[in-house]
Design a binder for this molecule. Structure first.
Ligand code: PHE
Length: 360
């Protein structure tokens, strides 16, 4: 074995075991760089006799060509292996199940859904939405609504009182949405047509009562609003809300300090087989209170009852949500149990409207 054979075997071995581009390049420099082993051999050709050169020349050149070729082949193999490794590291397993996007996983609470439905129905009849604070003064919650101080009707509201402030005044958690009537009348001129949905509070808790619940108030004030208009508005609302052709309603005389005359409204239903259906049957279900706005209330808001009049109504939202969506117990509405919400909740992009359908 000649020196050249030994060198070739050695270099090809190093090329073969170079595991990345950097170590391969080091082998190349050591062999073919300026001071590389093969380059040094090539330099010796200049000092040889023509006969020696004729014999050694092709041997050394052949060695250089084979080593160069081996390096190029190895470089290609290494590049290919590197690409393979990257491809397999970046591979996406498209057989994994697709997880729903957050916006389609979330659920709208039935109360929010029903509030949106109510708003859509009344907006179609020309009502706008008014709001007021949950913490009210005694004046807005009672006195301005014609509950005289000490009047027994105040006791019926099971009021939550806050600690007295520095003036000794005790604010209350509003017991109904009717204070928003006063706020609206004091800040707007007739004609007024508003609904006021919101939270209300009473010291009460059982299967159909929770300390916090929701009401929607309606108020119409102008020169000619009558009980006939009130009945039409409520009938139209119930028909659309419960998605039936006709609902029978019963107006029972009642008492509220802020309306005169006052009525409570029942709707006809059937409860056959534990299921409530509207527009049929022989049972009656109370859903709201209403009446013509009391002249004292108009006066308390700076209006002259000889020139303007109107009607108001107040409805329990949770109640009608239970009726429409068939939930037997009110309390889970407020327990924030995600499994309950997944069952009874609504898809966020199914926004209720009279055109697209309330509950598509
Ligand atoms: N505020 C009354 C209640 O909570 C309901 C109502 C509103 C009655 C408007 C008449 C008019 O019981």
């Amino acid at each position: 074995m000649t020196d050249l054979d030994t060198l070739e075997g050695d270099l090809l071995g190093q090329v073969g075991s170079a595991s990345d581009e950097a170590s391969l390049d080091a082998v190349r420099v050591a062999a073919l760089g300026k001071k590389g082993s093969i380059s040094e051999l090539l330099k010796t050709l200049g000092g040889m006799t023509p006969e020696e050169r004729k014999e050694r020349g092709p041997l050394i050149n052949g060695l250089r060509d084979r080593v160069q070729g081996a390096i190029a082949t190895r470089r290609e193999a290494l590049a290919e292996a590197a690409l393979e490794a990257r491809l397999s590291a970046e591979r996406i397993d498209i057989t994994l199940p697709v997880r729903d996007a957050p916006e389609s996983r979330g659920r709208i609470h039935p109360i929010s859904q029903v509030m949106d439905e109510i708003t859509a129905i009344f907006a179609d009849m020309g009502f706008s939405v008014a709001e007021g604070p949950d913490i009210e003064t005694d004046d807005y919650n009672f006195t301005a609504l014609n509950f005289p101080p000490g009047h027994p009707a105040r006791e019926m509201h099971d009021t939550f009182f806050l600690a007295p402030d520095h003036n000794g005044q005790r604010k209350v958690l509003r017991t109904h949405t009717s204070p928003v009537q006063i706020r609206t009348m004091r800040s707007q001129e007739p004609p007024i047509r508003v609904i006021c949905p919101g939270r209300t509070y009473r010291h009460d808790s059982d299967q159909t009562h929770t300390p916090m619940f929701h009401q929607v108030e309606g108020l119409v004030i102008d020169k000619t609003a009558t009980i006939a208009n009130l009945k039409w508005v409520l009938e139209e609302f119930c028909r659309t809300f419960f998605e039936v052709d006709a609902v029978k309603m019963r107006f029972r005389p009642s008492f509220f300090p802020f309306t005169e005359p006052s009525a409570e409204v029942d709707i006809q239903c059937s409860r056959k087989g534990g299921e409530i259906r509207f527009g049929e049957g022989t049972d009656w279900l109370e859903i709201l209170g209403c009446g013509m706005v009391h002249p004292n209330v108009l006066r308390n808001c700076g209006y002259d009852p000889d020139f303007v009049q109107g009607f108001a109504f107040g409805m329990g939202i949770d109640r009608i949500a239970m009726l429409k969506y068939g939930t037997p117990d009110l309390r889970p509405f407020f327990e924030a149990d995600v499994r309950w919400l997944e069952h009874y909740g609504f898809r966020p992009l199914d926004i209720p409207s009279l055109v697209a359908g309330l509950t598509s």
